[in-house]
Design a protein around this ligand. Structure first.
Ligand SMILES: [Zn+2]
Length: 461
């Protein structure tokens, strides 16, 4: 039964070869005659050709100058735009199924399903920023393999929270093996050493108080985490909400601010410090939008872009008038609206000042933050915040790869992986064009076509 359901879910994304397929024979693909947005933030290249061989980009340039190797598969993409696959610097995997959240959902089957969902939406690389169980290492290794047809996976292992504090157990329903909650600086250092031994890609630390509901992380703990991480050659991403906490972690050397500042406008001193220290900033605008948008906009449930990712359980919840009323009456609704608008203002200020901005949504952390769909919402919210579509797409591709120090992807340039997103129309002038997916490619192999159908019931643990 479970297998049949999973198969149906895969078909919903028009997925191509299965994960167990042998590596394909070497081959050359030439995309010819369309528009290329290369992920660098520069102007699009019109009437371009991109040559891909054995999973890597060989050349990009004008179509009339391109040499088409003998035997190459030629794809005429006139009227379409080729982009690097999107890269999330802040998501989670294995937390949610339907409307449930908790450790029971951290299964290989569910994580693979989510990684395929990300890929179907054009997100070809995902960072699971904490709350991972020991299974993570195995799944990450599999996702790195070029036979896997879902998104590639990086992550922070468990991550480091606060005893009785963030991330609140009531919200995450985590098992004890999903987080370190050190009570002393020495315990914090020991946690980092364990993470380093497990070769995490980043260290995650939860600092803030979740709007005053739980105790904050004490400065001596996050200082110890940052210091020990740097000794181990690792960088630290901090969960914050308020400017005060962002300022405090930046002052002691944090590398990545993993959420936008959402309580007040950022000031010149903070912007200056972020720039001087080269700290990355990942706004996660969609996090707060997701808290209220499905109650605010009941018609969103019919968004065709959402259908392939919307489980029947979540659909029923969004259509439930009582749920919508409760959501709108909750004080969290207004807090989230305020947080989103502050976050957008701050993003524009920081981006324009030259602060390094990465791409993330916190998708997958709760049922409302829907993998793949969330990333498409985030792009629109960035444009509403005042970034141009080209800037927003560069953040979601080239910048997002730079944040992860991945020099093998994120741009359409010779030598990079052919992780590609082909869309109808011109997202450089209309960001919604990125929703009209024609195909998704991973290492030169097509892994998804147009988004079609509706999501099937998710696998039950
Ligand atoms: Zn998160």
């Amino acid at each position: 039964m479970r297998l049949r359901i999973l198969t149906a879910a895969l078909l919903a994304f028009a997925m191509l070869p299965s994960a167990s397929a042998a590596p394909p024979p070497s081959r050359t693909v030439v995309f010819r005659g369309g528009r290329v947005l290369d992920g660098s933030g520069g102007a699009p290249l019109e009437n371009a050709a991109v040559v891909v061989r054995d999973g890597r980009i060989v050349s990009v340039g004008p179509a009339d100058k391109a040499k088409v190797p003998k035997g190459a598969e030629v794809i005429d993409f006139a009227g379409k735009t080729l982009l690097p696959g999107l890269i999330s610097d802040h998501s989670h995997v294995g937390q949610t199924v339907g409307t449930t959240v908790g450790s029971q959902n951290y299964t290989r089957e569910n994580i693979e399903r989510q990684l395929r969902q990300f890929a179907a939406y054009g997100v070809t690389t995902v960072t699971a920023l904490g709350m991972n169980r020991p299974l993570f290492n195995e799944v990450r290794k599999q996702a790195h393999a070029d036979t896997f047809t879902g998104a590639d996976l990086f992550g922070a292992g468990q991550g480091i929270g606060v005893p009785e504090g963030g991330p609140p157990q009531a919200m995450t329903n985590n098992a004890p093996d999903q987080l370190f909650r050190p009570a002393t600086a020495e315990e914090a250092r020991a946690a980092v050493r364990t993470l380093a031994k497990n070769r995490v890609d980043l260290v995650k630390v939860w600092v803030d108080s979740f709007l005053g509901k739980v105790p904050k992380m004490k400065p001596d703990i996050y200082q110890a985490v940052i210091d020990e991480s740097h000794k181990q050659g690792l960088r630290v991403a901090a969960h914050i909400h308020d400017l005060e906490d962002a300022r405090a972690v930046v002052a002691v050397g944090v590398d990545i601010i993993a959420h936008g500042v959402r309580d007040q406008p950022v000031d010149a001193a903070f912007i200056q410090e972020m720039k001087k220290r080269g700290v990355w900033y990942v706004p996660t605008l969609e996090l707060d939008e997701a808290t209220v948008v499905y109650a605010d906009l009941p018609t969103l449930v019919d968004d065709p872009l959402l259908a392939p990712a919307l489980s029947p359980e979540l659909r029923a919840q969004f259509q439930d008038a009582a749920w919508r009323k409760k959501t709108l009456e909750d004080p969290k609704a207004d807090e989230a609206r305020h947080a989103l608008s502050t976050n957008q203002t701050n993003l524009k200020a920081l981006y324009d000042a030259g602060v390094k901005v990465g791409f993330g949504t916190d998708s997958g952390a709760t049922p409302l933050r829907i993998p793949g769909y969330a990333e498409h919402r985030e792009l629109k919210l960035m444009v509403i915040a005042g970034l141009t579509p080209v800037q927003a797409l560069a953040v979601a591709t080239g910048n997002a790869a730079d944040l992860l120090k991945l020099k093998d992807r994120g741009r359409i340039a010779p030598g990079r992986r052919a992780d590609l997103l082909l869309v109808e129309g011109d997202p450089s002038t209309d960001i919604t064009a990125v929703d009209r997916i024609a195909s998704v490619w991973r290492q030169g192999r097509q892994v998804a076509g147009p988004l079609t159908g509706t999501a099937q019931p998710a696998p039950q643990p």
